[in-house]
Design a protein around this ligand. Structure first.
Ligand code: DSN
Length: 424
């Protein structure tokens, strides 16, 4: 960093300010995490200088001897984690990964069945403002309004009615276990491809603490920076490497690879791919499983604390790393609460809830997650305290003295769990 400090003090200072914000705050955004210093180090390397369009041993540029070694290591480690037949580690993001799968499997206008964004899905699962909703004919299922669980009767009814070419499971704000076997049975019944976007739960799947979609789905996408705790990016896992795709000379894995490059991306980010390899090595360690168990234990105590203090959770609790507060009875909106928590150094995000009656920019819910605070070292006792602080802010949203008190407690707590002490 000393080179940066000298050559560009402005950007250096902004990065330092962000480091301080991260150190002095409690990160409760369910999709965020802190990478290890080793992952961070791999990202800031000379690998960023290299063009490597193509795949290992089949590049369009010379000089890729070491780049190939890094990418092959990333692929073999990801295969080992997920017992996958084929892995593409090049997608720059979850959105790119999903775009590549659609390009590989669908023609424009084809029908896809997925969870709606407002009930827990994702923008790239066919929302009308996203490319996915503009190029393909997405039909959406949601959750049962009474219990907040995926409504499989509705999924099956829609699948039988619309005969989608692809059924997509996976969510961004669903606090419960996803039953991939039932999705697979429905996909088989109607002859659809079955895709899973496990971005949020990839770390839990890696640690075998969530049912594994990999043996069931044709294709699985995952971001690498959420529970998987790697650099910002994504991977695509695919199977059926011996089956040729309809009207194609390619098998599924080859179709996915061609869709990523040259389909939607050019040169891969090899510094990020090296950092993915480092994160995958970490995910193969016994420590990683302990970490994921603690993520779940912390989510349980957080849910319990919020409920004990009168807050309502969508679906009545959580099975995974995230939970969704229905703020309707508090008289406050998600936006108000997000901003009040921001003031005290607790970071969360406003979120729609099932059957949302408000605007998406100011919805009725707040999403919280435990991956980042768990990486930081917080266990049940501290997570319970965090839950109590969140309740205190929600119940005293306009009270500056209480918020000041909460901010001081956040500050004391974060000092006990220093973040990146090795970075000056
Ligand atoms: N933006 C991510 C999330 O917060 O869940 C999904 O891509």
């Amino acid at each position: 960093m000393k080179y940066l400090q000298k050559s560009d003090p402005e950007i250096y200072q902004i990065i330092q300010n962000e480091l301080t914000r991260q150190r002095e705050g409690l990160e409760m955004i369910a999709s965020e995490n802190y990478v290890s210093p080793a992952v961070l180090a791999a990202m800031g390397t000379v690998l960023t200088n290299k063009y490597a369009e193509g795949y290992p041993d089949k590049r369009y540029y010379g000089g890729n001897e070491f780049i190939d070694q890094a990418e092959k290591l990333a692929i073999s480690r990801a295969k080992q984690i997920f017992q996958a037949e084929h892995v593409n580690v090049q997608p720059h993001s979850g959105s790119q990964a999903n775009a590549a799968v659609y390009l590989a499997l669908l023609e424009p206008g084809d029908t896809v069945l997925s969870m709606s964004l407002s009930e827990g899905g994702h923008l790239t699962h066919g929302h009308k403002v996203n490319f996915s909703g503009q190029f393909y004919n997405f039909i959406h299922y949601g959750v049962n309004i009474k219990n907040g669980l995926i409504d499989f009767d509705e999924v099956r009814e829609l699948a039988v009615k619309y005969r989608p070419k692809l059924i997509l499971a996976g969510a961004s704000a669903y606090p419960r276990t996803i039953n991939f076997s039932t999705f697979k049975a429905i996909a088989d019944e109607v002859g659809s491809y079955f895709m899973v976007d496990m971005a949020h739960i990839a770390g839990l799947v890696a640690a075998k603490l969530h049912p594994d979609p990999v043996p069931l789905a044709d294709v699985v996408t995952a971001t690498t920076h959420k529970t998987l705790r790697g650099p910002r990016g994504a991977i695509i896992l695919s199977k059926n490497i011996n089956r040729l795709e309809p009207n194609s000379k390619k098998n599924l894995a080859q179709s996915i690879d061609s869709a990523v490059f040259p389909g939607i991306q050019g040169g891969p980010l090899e510094h990020i791919i090296a950092a993915k390899a480092v994160a995958f090595k970490e995910a193969l360690s016994p420590e990683f499983k302990n970490y994921q168990q603690q993520v779940l234990a912390n989510a349980q105590i957080l849910a319990q604390t919020l409920q004990d203090n009168g807050l309502e959770l969508v679906s009545g609790g959580t099975d995974n790393h995230l939970l969704l507060i229905d703020l309707t009875n508090t008289g406050h909106s998600g936006r108000e609460v997000e901003s009040a928590l921001d003031e005290v150094g607790i970071y969360a995000n406003k979120n729609t809830i099932p059957n949302e009656q408000r605007k998406p920019t100011d919805p009725s819910g707040l999403r919280l997650g435990t991956p980042a605070i768990t990486t930081r070292g917080l266990k049940e006792t501290e997570t319970k305290l965090v839950g109590e602080l969140i309740v205190e802010v929600i119940k005293n949203i306009g009270n500056e003295n209480i918020k000041k008190k909460v901010k001081n407690t956040v500050s004391e707590l974060t000092k006990k769990f220093p973040l990146y002490p090795e970075i000056l």
